[in-house]
Structures are given as C-alpha cells and as structure tokens.
Ligand binder design. Structure first.
Ligand SMILES: *Cc1c(COP(=O)(O)O)cnc(C)c1O
Length: 422
C-alpha cells in the first residue's frame, strides 16, 4: 500500500469524470490552507515573516487568491506572472520580482505595481535606472555564493549557476545603489531545489545573516529583509520524510539571535519564496487507463501525457502512482505507465509495482500540485489538462478549463493560407 492520500473515492471520482472528462488536475483547498498556515505559523517567533508564493509553481489566480487570504505574497519572474498576482489581488510590496535576464518593459511594469525589485546582476543597476528613470527606494540583490561556501552540503554548485552576483560584486552593488539614492535594502539568495535536508536552509540563513552584518559594517546600510528563496523539497517517494518547518524556523531563529541581534540588524523580516511545498502535495493529475499493452514489458497507456506533467520524462522524477479503488490491493504487477507522446521518455512510472490495472481504471499521479500543469507544453499538438479545485465545502469548481483545438490554433491565421502562393 502507498502512504499517499487522495481526497475522493472511486465513485466520487467516476461522478466527477462524467462532468469533467479525464485527464484533469485536482487541488485540495483545505489541505493547501492547513499546510500554508503551518508553514507561516512555524516562523511566528520572528519579528515579521513573509512567504512570497512562487507563482511559476502553480500559476492559477484562484490558487493565488487562496494563498493571499492566508497572508502570502507572490514571487514573480515575468510580466504574465505579475499580472496574475495583480488579478489575484496581490500587489505593491507583497510582490517580489525575482527575475533574471529581465526585459526592460517587465521592470517598468513591476515598478508601476510598486513590487520589490530583486536584481540578478550588477549590470542591472544601470539597466534598471535607464528603464524606469531612477533607482527605487527599496532594492534587493540576489547573491550567488559561488565556491566560497566550503565544508557543507550545498547541492547544485552555485558557481555553475547563472543566477546572482558574486561576493565581490554584492559589496559594490549595494554601495552603488546607495550612492544613487536607495534607502531601503533586501538581500536574497536561492541555491537549492527540492532539498529535503532542513539543515541546508539553516546554513543558508547563517550565510546571508553574516553577509548582511558585514555589508552593514562596511557600507553603513541597514537591511529590511532577508529572502531565502524557495527550494524546500517534498517527499515524492513514499520512504522520504517531509521537511519539518519548525526545525528550520528554530535553527534560523538561533542564528538570528547569534548574528542579527548583536549586529544591530534586529528587527529584520525573514522571507521565503517557496512554491513546491506550498501546493505540490495537494494537487493530483487524474488520468484514466485507456490501453494495456504487453510486449517486452507490460504497459498501461493513460489519457494524460508528458505534455500535462513533464517532470518524470524531463528529470526522471519520481511521482507516486495509485489506482482509485485499489489503494489496498497487492502491488503484484510491474508496469510502465505511459502517455501518448511520440517520445519514449513519456512515462509517468517505469517498472513500477502496482495493483493489476484494467482499462477504465482511474490512475492518480500524486504530488503534481507544483511545477505540474505549469510546466505543461503543446508538443505533438497535445492539449493540456484543465484544473479543478475541491473547495472546503466539498464542492468542485473548474478553475481552468481543458485546452481545446482552437486554443492550439489561436496563434495561427489560417485565412492567410488561401493567398499563400507556393
Ligand atoms: C523556482 C523559484 C522559486 C520556487 O522554488 P520551489 O522549488 O518551487 O520552492 C523561488 N524563487 C525563485 C527565484 C525561483 O526561481
């Protein structure tokens, strides 16, 4: 038996699928709310705390509005993400624009929204000044610690990452924006993704706290906030353990007392830009088995594809799979669960032990609530699944419809074909 949970039983799912044919995403409002309350609540011992939900993880305005009602802001990195945040009622300094390789018009838009601008490079000081005609009061820079971070288990080698400013540049950058009139400062980093080790985030906080103290000493500037970015992982595999938010909060608070307070930086706001742990475990891709195929391996063909959920095909990422109504049945069959893309990596599960699957069974792909529908694409002219929301009163609401063939053709003007001489 898998330890993973799904909110509807087989009959409820069958009824739902009559109204909304599979495949679809389903999100559970109650679990999203309970989890985000737990997350924010864990940091109650800080003078102030803010979670800016990373819009890219689940760019649906209904989800954003739920999160906003729980006190979340939004972390955006493109114009449409800024617009989505705005449409969900998140604006001003509740938005942080943590973009990179940012086009000029997006800086202009973010600045008009009074969003916090988080610059990814020292050259963006001039670029921004030219784009918006000055330097904003409040400026944040993204720090890339590079190879300086010795002796701990930082994954994803910051020195190979395209993001952020070097240690040397960060001193220069704050001095420069101070000279050009900035009066309020934030400091940001994000150096991990899907990290399950809670100590990692405490170490990252220590690194930023020490840097902020040094910047204060050398440049005489005070910091308003420290933003640790996203990167908190979720237990995709049944044997993995969820990150303990309270453990992270306690460790960071100890570092705060040891570094921030004696350096005169208290009160300082602590921020995260988490996406994955906020909605990931509370969204599912619901598909139906439409074919069984027995060649050198046994295959279950489902009506969703990698175009709906890219992570398994793209990164070989593990997503738990369960079969509705067969949650407790013995997992005595071995299948590859596959989609219809003309790509052999279009597999949701490879050589996975599952109960016997029959055509018509609902196959549920778990932990798809972040970086799921959002990473969908249209290769092979596949039309992406829609999104449903299970409300707290147990009603179900469609929050994004399934794509239609006309959506796919919306960018092509077929009328030009008649006069198109070849
Ligand atoms: C992707 C991203 C996040 C969110 O990452 P998660 O792994 O979903 O928590 C936050 N901040 C920035 C700058 C990002 O690029």
């Amino acid at each position: 038996m898998s330890g993973k949970w799904f909110p509807l039983d087989k009959d409820e799912l069958a009824g739902l699928a009559e109204k909304y044919p599979t495949p679809f995403y389903l999100y559970d409002e109650k679990s999203i709310r309970e989890n985000v309350r737990r997350f924010i609540g864990a940091f109650k011992d800080f003078p102030s705390f803010k979670e800016y939900f990373a819009v890219k993880a689940c760019p649906n305005p209904y989800i954003l509005k739920i999160l906003a009602s729980e006190g979340c802001g939004a972390d955006c990195s493109s114009m449409p993400e800024l617009v989505l945040a705005q449409r969900a009622g998140i604006t001003g300094e509740d938005v942080i624009f943590s973009s990179n390789e940012t086009p000029e018009n997006e800086y202009v838009y973010a600045n008009l929204m009074n969003a916090i601008l988080n610059l990814d490079d020292i050259s963006h000081i001039d670029f921004l000044e030219k784009a918006i005609g000055g330097i904003p009061d409040l400026v944040c820079f993204r720090y890339n610690p590079g190879p300086l971070k010795e002796g701990n288990a930082i994954i994803g080698k910051p020195e190979e990452a395209k993001y952020g400013l070097t240690r040397e540049q960060i001193f220069e950058a704050y001095a420069e924006v101070k000279k050009r009139g900035a009066t309020r400062f934030g400091l940001h980093t994000m150096v991990a993704s899907n990290e399950l080790d809670p100590d990692y985030f405490i170490e990252t906080a220590v690194m930023l706290f020490e840097l902020a103290a040094e910047l204060k000493k050398k440049l005489g500037i005070n910091f308003e906030f420290i933003d640790l970015g996203g990167g908190i992982g979720i237990p995709y595999k049944p044997d993995q353990k969820a990150v303990d938010y309270s453990y992270i909060a306690k460790g960071i608070r100890e570092a705060y007392d040891r570094i921030i307070v004696p350096n005169g930086l208290d009160p300082l706001r602590l921020c995260f830009e988490c996406g994955r742990p906020i909605t990931g475990p509370y969204g599912w891709l619901v598909t139906k088995a439409i074919h069984t195929k027995h060649i050198y391996r046994d295959y279950i063909g489902v009506d969703a594809s990698m175009a709906d959920l890219m992570r398994p095909g793209m990164y070989g990422a593990y997503h738990e799979v369960t079969v509705s109504g067969k949650e407790t049945a013995p997992r005595d069959h071995v299948y590859d669960v596959v989609g219809s893309l003309c790509e052999n990596c279009d597999k949701f599960a490879i050589q996975r032990n599952l109960p016997e699957i029959e055509i018509g069974d609902f196959v549920i792909i778990h932990d798809a609530g972040a970086h799921g529908r959002a990473m969908g694409f249209n290769y092979n002219a596949k039309l992406r699944a829609g999104e449903l929301l299970l409300r707290e009163d147990n009603t179900i609401m469609e929050i994004r419809r399934k794509e239609t063939i006309n959506d796919y053709f919306a960018t092509i003007d077929f009328s030009g074909l008649d006069g198109f001489k070849v």
